[in-house]
Write a protein that binds this ligand. Structure first.
Ligand SMILES: [Zn+2]
Length: 488
C-alpha cells in the first residue's frame, strides 16, 4: 500500500506549526553528549588511561576524530560554538562576565535545537552545571531544559560561582549535579515521550570538572581509590591538585558508565539504530601534565591540552564504523555534520560538514581552527594568578601544523608552535617577522576576532555602539581595529 506523497510533508509542516513535538518526523534522532573538561588523551580509544568501554564502543561503531579543536577553554563559549557552528566572535558569548563585553549567546543566532525544532523535532537538554544554563542563553531552542537544582535564574553573573562542596557524594549542589542524576533526568524525558516522533537530546556531564561532587565510593574503589579524603580537603594547592589528578580517570569512567545507561535504554526501546550520536567536549584540563608543561592545572588557556577534545560521531546503519579521521577538525563542524546527515540544509556557519572526511575523501586544505581567551577582560579570570603572559586577551589560529596565539596587549609574549614537530608546545618560535605569524595573523585580522560587542548589542543603536567602543578603549582594551590595519 502506498501513502499519498504529500502526507509526510503535510505532517511535518503541521508539527512545525505546532512548535515541534516530533509527531510526523521519523528521525533519525540526534543525541549530543558533551563531556565537560574532558581531554581526548585520557579516553581509552584515544590511547588514554581511563576505563571507557562505552565511549570505545561508540568509536568502533562510528567515526573517531583524532584532532578535534574547540573554540575556548571555558564552558559557555565553547558550548555556544558546538550548538551554533560559529566561532566566538560570531555567536556573542565572549566572557563569563564583563560590564563591557557580551556574555550571552545571541538570540539572533540559530542553534541546532532551534533548527531541528522548526523541522518538527522535539528538543530537550539535561545539563549538569550552571555554566551551560539559561543564564548564558544556552537554553535556546529546547522544549525541555533541565538544570536540576541549579537555580540559573537566581545567579548573580557578576560574581564567580564557587563549587563549595568537596568530595560530596550526595550528587547535587547549588552549582552542579552528578552525571547519574542528569542521565536519569534524560531517561525520564525519553520515557515520557513514548514513541512520539523524532527528538534531539543534549546531555551535558560535568563530573571530571572538579572534585566537588564525586561518584559513590563503591564505584571508585573499582578504580583504585579506596576512600575519599575528608570533605574539607582543600580543592586548591598541591593536595587538591593531586586529588584532581587521581579523580580524573575514575570520574571519566563514571561518565562513561552513565552514557552506558543511555545506550542501554535506547537499545531496549529500539531507538539506538535510529539515532545519530555525537560525543565531544568543551575543553580539556591541565592536570599534572599542564602544570608541568605550562604552569596551569585547570583550563581556560588555549594550549592543546585544553582545546583538543574528543569527537565521536556514530551514524545509523553502521556507516563509517571504525573510521579514524586524522585531519584537524573543529567542534564548529558538529552542527553542519548533523544537518547534512539529516539531509537538512545548513544556515551560513563557519563550520563545515565532516561527512566527506568520514567517507575518506581528502580536502584541498587543512581546516583552520580558532580559539580565544579574553583573560584580561573577563571579570572571572584569575588574572595575575595565571602563568606569566597569560593574563592577556589571547586569540589563536591553528591549521594543525602551525599554531599562533596572539597576546593582544603584550604582543611580544605571543606564541607560535610548530605542532608537527613540537606537539607538546614546548618551544615558542614567535618572532614578529615570522612568516607563519604573518599568515595566521592575517587570518585572525580578516575575521576581526578582536572586535568586541557590549552586552545587549543586538538591540543597540549605532550611536550606543560607538559610545561602547569609546568606553572599551578608555578601559585600556587594545583591539577592534579595522581590517586594513596591521599590527600583528
Ligand atoms: Zn567546561
Amino acid at each position: 500500500m502506498t501513502r499519498p506523497p504529500l502526507l509526510p510533508l503535510a505532517l511535518s509542516l503541521l508539527a512545525a506549526a505546532c512548535g515541534g513535538d516530533g509527531a510526523g518526523v521519523e528521525g533519525p534522532n540526534v543525541l549530543l553528549i558533551t563531556l565537560d573538561t574532558t581531554r581526548a588523551d585520557h579516553i581509552a580509544c584515544y590511547g588514554g588511561s581511563a576505563h571507557t568501554p562505552v565511549l570505545d564502543r561508540i568509536a568502533r561503531e562510528g567515526a573517531r576524530f583524532e584532532r578535534a579543536i574547540s573554540t575556548a577553554g571555558i564552558t559557555p563559549m565553547s558550548h555556544s560554538s558546538i550548538l551554533t557552528g560559529l566561532n566566538n566572535y560570531r555567536h556573542g558569548m565572549r566572557v563569563f562576565h564583563s560590564e563591557l563585553v557580551s556574555h550571552r549567546l545571541k538570540d539572533s543566532v540559530d542553534t541546532l535545537p532551534e533548527l531541528l525544532k522548526r523541522r518538527g523535532y522535539a528538543t530537550a537538554a539535561t545539563v549538569s552545571g550552571y555554566p551551560v544554563s539559561a543564564a548564558y542563553g544556552l537554553d535556546q531552542g529546547f522544549d525541555y531544559f533541565s538544570t536540576g537544582a541549579v537555580d540559573a535564574a537566581g545567579l548573580d553573573l557578576s560574581r564567580q560561582q564557587r563549587h563549595e562542596a568537596n568530595f560530596d557524594t550526595s550528587g547535587i549542589s547549588a552549582t552542579q549535579r552528578r552525571g547519574d542524576r542528569t542521565v536519569s533526568d534524560a531517561l525520564e524525558w525519553l520515557a515520557d515521550r513514548g514513541e512520539d516522533g523524532a527528538w534531539c537530546l543534549w546531555v551535558h556531564l560535568f563530573d571530571v570538572h572538579d572534585t566537588s561532587l564525586v561518584p559513590p565510593v563503591e564505584f571508585v574503589r573499582e578504580h583504585g581509590i579506596l576512600e575519599y579524603p575528608s570533605p574539607d580537603t582543600p580543592a586548591a594547592g598541591p593536595i587538591g591538585n593531586q586529588w584532581r589528578e587521581r579523580m580524573y580517570d575514575p570520574e571519566l569512567a563514571y561518565m562513561d558508565q552513565q552514557i552506558g545507561r543511555l545506550v542501554a535504554w535506547l537499545e531496549g526501546a529500539g531507538e539506538w539504530e535510529n539515532t545519530i550520536v555525537v560525543i565531544t567536549a568543551d575543553h580539556g584540563q591541565g592536570l599534572t601534565d599542564g602544570l608541568r608543561r605550562h604552569g596551569w592545572v585547570k583550563h581556560r588557556l588555549i594550549y592543546d591540552w585544553c582545546i583538543r577534545v574528543p569527537l565521536l560521531i556514530r551514524l545509523p546503519g553502521g556507516k563509517h564504523a571504525g573510521v579514524v579521521v586524522g585531519e584537524q577538525v573543529r567542534t564548529i563542524d558538529v552542527l553542519p555534520t548533523v544537518l547534512e546527515a539529516l539531509d537538512i540544509g545548513a544556515p551560513e556557519v563557519e563550520g563545515a560538514s565532516l561527512l566527506a572526511l568520514m567517507r575518506g575523501e581528502r580536502e584541498p586544505a587543512p581546516r583552520m581552527a580558532y580559539a580565544d581567551a579574553l583573560n584580561a577582560l573577563d571579570a572571572h579570570s584569575p588574572g595575575k594568578k595565571l602563568p606569566p603572559g597569560q593574563d592577556d586577551n589571547l586569540f589563536c589560529a591553528t591549521d594543525g601544523v602551525w599554531k599562533f596565539v596572539l597576546h593582544k596587549n603584550q604582543p611580544a609574549s605571543s606564541e607560535l608552535y610548530h605542532l608537527a614537530q613540537d606537539p607538546l608546545e614546548a618551544h615558542n618560535l614567535y618572532a614578529p617577522d615570522h612568516p607563519e605569524v604573518a599568515r595566521l595573523g592575517a587570518w585572525l585580522r580578516e575575521r576581526r576576532v578582536d572586535h568586541l560587542e557590549p552586552p545587549g548589542a543586538e538591540i543597540m543603536t549605532p550611536e550606543q555602539l560607538a559610545e561602547h567602543k569609546a568606553k572599551l578603549e578608555a578601559s585600556g582594551y587594545v583591539g577592534g581595529g579595522d581590517e586594513d590595519e596591521d599590527g600583528y
